[in-house]
Ligand binder design. Structure first.
Ligand SMILES: C[S@@+](CC[C@H](N)C(=O)[O-])C[C@H]1O[C@@H](n2cnc3c(N)ncnc32)[C@H](O)[C@@H]1O
Length: 222
């Protein structure tokens, strides 16, 4: 088990919160950072919009516990930083925390990598991509990782991705995964549009949860 997971479980025991809740909160922090820091990466994504009502403050932690939460955040960031471009280092950890939770499960990373290789990179299979029930982004990350490995930043720069999930916690993790790697490796997608909608009832009508458009996407609209 990774140190991040061990420490998250230990911290969960200490503060009496489910480990999944703490993991979700780490992504709430990273998501807020990505939204609030959009000026820092506007050279990659000149147009970023998000639903401000869904950028939430964290509550439920004692002051003394916030230091430990920050230590966990630093560990998570180190894992993201050490990954190869668009490598999903999150889903398998999250999967172990999900066991028994509402019957949810995510595609294991080796399987999503195999599916991506089987389906072909975005350049081979078309640049308009969608994952309507993306969970933590296992299949999206497998696809982007493969696209980057085959065609580098240029291939990624043509990809127009729409992702969605009913569960706000999951779609936020998927958004952080894509955006964190894209910013860190200076590999903007043409566009990422994120919805947090019920696919059956309001996929068409709900406004995006988050959207980021690169220069390629912006210039095409003009
Ligand atoms: C089995 S998980 C798979 C997640 C992801 N596609 C993967 O491969 O790891 C199914 C996902 O569908 C989402 N989901 C279920 N019903 C949905 C609905 N009506 N609209 C949107 N998403 C839904 C769940 O929240 C969950 O994340």
């Amino acid at each position: 088990m990774s140190n991040l997971l061990k420490n998250t479980n230990a911290f969960a025991d200490h503060c009496g919160l489910p480990a999944r809740h703490i993991f979700d909160d780490l992504f709430t922090l990273l998501y807020s950072h990505i939204c609030a820091g959009k000026k820092e990466y506007q050279h990659l994504y000149p147009a970023v919009s998000y639903d401000a009502r869904k950028v939430q403050p964290l509550d439920g932690y004692r002051d003394a516990d916030r230091d430990e939460l920050m230590r966990l955040l630093v560990m998570l960031i180190a894992e993201l930083d050490n990954a190869v471009p668009f490598e999903d280092v999150v889903t398998d950890k999250y999967g172990t925390l999900l066991q028994g939770d509402s019957g949810q499960f995510m595609t294991p990373t080796p399987l999503s990598n195999a599916v991506s290789e089987f389906l072909g990179s975005a350049r081979e299979g078309g640049n308009k991509r969608a994952e309507p029930s993306c969970g933590t982004g296992a299949l999206v990350m497998g696809d982007l990782r493969h696209t980057y490995a085959v065609g580098g930043k240029d291939a990624v720069s043509h990809v127009d991705y729409s992702i969605n999930d009913l569960d706000q916690r999951l779609v936020r993790i998927a958004t952080v995964q894509v955006m964190y790697h894209s910013i860190r490796h200076e590999a903007p997608l043409k566009r990422l549009v994120v919805h947090n909608a019920d696919l059956i009832r309001n996929y068409d009508t709900s406004p995006p949860f988050f959207a980021a458009t690169s220069w390629r996407g912006v210039l095409e609209i003009i």
